[in-house]
Ligand binder design. Structure first.
Ligand SMILES: Cc1ncc(COP(=O)(O)O)c(C=O)c1O
Length: 399
């Protein structure tokens, strides 16, 4: 067992990425800002450049290839994900698009779940065709129909299978090991948006996925003050991904990596509270007559619950609330408008509770419900206060 893997996740969160702690003795790695790296001699410079082209990122030759601050964060993430290497991109979406572009060329085909984060859908639909790459969308629950149904999605040109489990608006769980196994057998790479579960609760590389992607903007940052994406690859996908990262010039500021590494330190404790608050809110919401369904894979009645139990070791605090079809959009908006503690805004994973009305775009299978949908990111406030706020919202909904 490697040094990185011998400790439990909570210990890993507290210890990983600290190997580079400065000689001054501070607990945390220093924030190193820099572009130019000076070399002692031409021979040393040539040797370092040779190493870089051979796949060695350290010692670095230039700021775009990462400072010790970047690499401290990458090391921590790689160990958490059980991967070969990691990198950060300027946003979660940039990480997704970088990963897709890394593995396709003209004439290739990409498979994308119908439940995917909408900007990922738009990229596949609008940008990939400009480069001669086609994308088709598939039922995120195709795995329930068995291996043959998954195999039938693939064409000889399929190079990338994209997954997002659960989907960030409609929360369908995917059969990740099955989908990844079929992709591998068909010579395609599998990429997953793993943001909901975080690297703490889902290690998709262990299920055969090639690249795990996070919007670190969410739970890794955890404080709504960071926009970042991450990529962690296994050893077979990393050389191509790394090459693309350097060809495209994908990098982030060391300050952002420093914040992301700091976010990891408290992520376990935060997630436990996010989930506890989500479950308190869900229990209360279920008792409201206007609520038809809760979308949350950790709930025993969720259609994805068995997959969640099998493949994940915990749950975050993001869930969907489906109202009865008889509730009008205006009534749903009245619930949301006027909330005092729930912010109305994009994103999730910060310390503050958020709510947003949602209208998922689907082209293959309709969303598994009819009534209005809103999504809640349970924050770290007192659950009783949050319930009081929602209770006033439901009073407004009832007019
Ligand atoms: C599931 C999921 N993936 C990716 C992203 C994109 O992250 P970013 O906003 O950092 O581009 C988001 C953002 O909301 C998301 O919800």
């Amino acid at each position: 067992m490697s040094e990185q893997r011998k400790h439990k996740p909570a210990t890993q969160l507290a210890t990983l990425g600290r190997e580079r702690t400065s000689s001054f003795g501070f607990v945390n790695p220093p924030l190193v800002r820099g572009s130019t790296v000076l070399h002692d001699s031409v021979a040393q410079m040539k040797e370092r450049v040779r190493q870089r082209f051979a796949g060695v990122d350290r010692p670095t030759t230039y700021g775009i290839y990462g400072t010790p601050t970047h690499h401290a964060f990458y090391d921590a993430l790689t160990a958490l994900e059980g991967g070969h290497a990691s990198w950060a991109a300027p946003s979660g979406l940039a990480a997704i698009t970088t990963a897709i572009l890394a593995f396709v060329r003209q004439g290739d085909h990409v498979l994308v779940p119908d439940s995917v984060y909408w900007p990922t859908r738009r990229f596949c639909r609008e940008v990939l065709p400009r480069f001669g790459v086609t994308a088709s969308f598939y039922d995120p629950r195709v795995g329930e129909a068995g291996r043959a149904a998954v195999e039938a999605l693939f064409t000889p040109a399929t190079r990338v299978l994209f997954l997002e489990s659960p989907g960030s608006l409609t929360f369908e769980m995917q059969d990740v090991p099955l989908l990844a196994a079929v992709a591998r057998a068909r010579g395609a790479v599998s990429l997953i948006d793993n943001t909901w579960a975080t690297p703490l609760y889902s290690r998709p590389l262990e299920h055969g996925v090639d690249v795990s992607i996070h919007a670190a903007t969410k739970y890794i940052g955890g404080h709504s003050d960071l926009v970042m994406g991450t990529l962690t690859a296994n050893d077979s996908a990393w050389p191509r991904l790394r090459e693309a990262i350097h060809q495209y010039g994908v990098t982030t500021s060391p300050d952002d990596c420093w914040l992301a590494l700091r976010g990891l330190r408290s992520m376990g404790a935060r997630l436990a509270q996010h989930r506890a608050n989500a479950e308190r809110l869900i229990e209360w919401l279920r008792a409201q007559p206007e609520v038809e369904r809760i979308l949350y894979p950790a709930a025993p009645d969720d259609p994805g619950h068995a997959l969640w139990r099998r493949d994940m070791s915990g749950a975050s605090g993001l869930f969907g609330v489906v109202l009865r079809p008889s509730v009008s959009e205006a009534a749903c908006n009245a619930l949301i408008d006027g909330l005092q503690l729930f912010g109305l805004g994009a994103s999730w994973g910060g310390y503050e509770s958020l709510i947003i009305p949602a209208n998922p775009e689907r082209t293959v299978v309709p969303p598994p419900f009819k009534g209005p949908l809103f999504r809640i990111g349970a924050g770290l406030e007192d659950a009783g206060d949050l319930i009081d706020d929602l209770a006033q919202g439901f009073a407004r909904l009832r007019g």
